[in-house]
Design a protein. Structure first.
Ligand SMILES: Nc1ncnc2c1ncn2[C@@H]1O[C@H](COP(=O)(O)OP(=O)(O)OP(=O)(O)O)[C@@H](O)[C@H]1O
Ligand SMILES: [Mg+2]
Length: 259
C-alpha cells in the first residue's frame, strides 16, 4: 500500500478541447499532495485521469503517461476497473448509497468486486475500515441503519471507509471538505494525517489553510484564460510553495492576490 504516481507530459482532452496540458509530476508514496489553483484550471480533470475515471465521459481521452510505481496505468491489457480499485476516490459531496445500511456501504466496493468473504471476515473488514476512517465509535451500535441517517461529516467519513475497505494504494480526494462544517473538516484533516501512514493521498482543495495544514507537497495549477488548457505551474514542498515559491503566479495565488 502507498505507491508512487508519476505523470509524464500528460495532456487531457474533452473531445477536441485540451483541458490540461503538459503535466509532469511525481507524487511520492505515503505523502499527502495538495492540488490548488483557480476554478476551471483542470484539478478535477487531472485527478480523474489518474484513476481512469476521465475516460468514462464520451470523447474524453489522455495523451502522455501515468504510472503507478513505474507501471503504465494506460498500458495495453490494463483493466480500468482494476485501476479504480487500486486508486480510490472520495468526492466533494458525500455520496453513500442512501438506502443501504452503514455496514453494507462500507463493503459496497468489495461486493462490486464480487469477492466472496465469510461473515466474520466481512465483520472484521467493516470494523477495521470504520476505525480507519475514525467513525467506528459513532456508528458501531447502528451498523444496520441506512447511511443517509448520518451527518454530512459522518457520511464523508463513511465514504472514506468505503474507499479504504478495498485496500487501495492511493486515495484521491476532490474537495472532500467543501460541504462540511469546520469541526467535521478538522476531523477529516486529522484522518488524512493518519491515513498517509498507509496510503498515498492526493487532495484538491480551494482552502489554502487546509493545503498548508494537511499536505507535504503542493502543486499549483493555473489557466491563462477561458478556452486555454490548465497547466501545472509549480510543485514543491508545501512550506516552500507557501513561503517562497519560484513563480510569481504561485505567490499571487497563495497570498490571495489573484484575479
Ligand atoms: N465533462 C466535461 N466535458 C467537457 N468539458 C469539461 C468537462 N468537465 C470539465 N470540463 C472543462 O475542463 C476544464 C477543467 O475543468 P475541471 O473541472 O477539471 O476544473 P477544476 O480545476 O476542478 O475547477 P473547480 O475548482 O471549479 O472544481 C474546464 O474548462 C471545464 O469546463
Ligand atoms: Mg474541480
Amino acid at each position: 500500500m502507498g505507491k508512487a504516481i508519476e505523470a509524464k507530459d500528460l495532456n487531457i482532452y474533452y473531445s477536441a478541447f485540451r483541458a490540461v496540458e503538459g503535466v509532469n509530476m511525481t507524487i511520492r508514496p505515503k505523502t499527502v499532495t495538495a492540488l490548488i489553483g483557480p476554478s476551471g484550471c483542470g484539478k478535477s480533470t487531472y485527478l480523474r485521469a489518474i484513476n481512469r475515471m476521465h475516460e468514462v465521459i464520451p470523447g474524453a481521452r489522455v495523451e502522455g503517461k501515468l504510472e503507478l510505481d513505474g507501471k503504465d496505468l494506460y498500458g495495453p491489457g490494463i483493466d480500468p476497473v482494476g485501476v479504480r480499485r487500486q486508486i480510490g476516490m472520495v468526492f466533494q459531496r458525500p455520496n453513500p448509497f442512501p438506502t443501504m445500511s452503514i455496514y453494507d456501504n462500507v463493503i459496497a466496493g468489495q461486493r462490486l468486486n464480487s469477492k466472496k468473504l465469510r461473515k466474520d471476515a466481512t465483520d472484521d473488514l467493516v470494523e477495521k475500515s470504520l476505525r480507519g476512517a475514525n467513525l467506528w465509535n459513532e456508528v458501531k451500535d447502528r451498523l444496520e441503519k441506512p447511511g443517509s441517517g448520518l451527518s454530512g461529516g459522518q457520511q464523508q467519513r463513511l465514504c472514506i471507509a468505503r474507499a479504504i475497505a478495498v485496500q487501495p494504494d492511493v486515495l484521491l480526494m476532490d474537495e472532500p471538505c467543501s460541504a462540511l462544517d469546520p469541526i467535521s473538516t478538522l476531523a477529516i484533516e486529522d484522518l488524512i494525517n493518519e491515513l498517509k501512514m498507509d496510503f498515498t493521498i492526493v487532495i484538491v482543495t480551494h482552502n489554502m489553510q487546509q493545503a498548508a495544514r494537511v499536505s507535504d507537497y503542493t502543486g499549483f495549477f493555473n489557466i491563462e484564460g477561458t478556452g486555454k488548457p490548465g497547466k501545472l505551474v509549480e510543485m514543491d514542498e508545501t512550506k516552500t510553495i507557501f513561503s517562497q515559491p519560484k513563480e510569481k503566479a504561485t505567490e499571487d495565488y497563495v497570498s490571495g492576490r489573484f484575479g
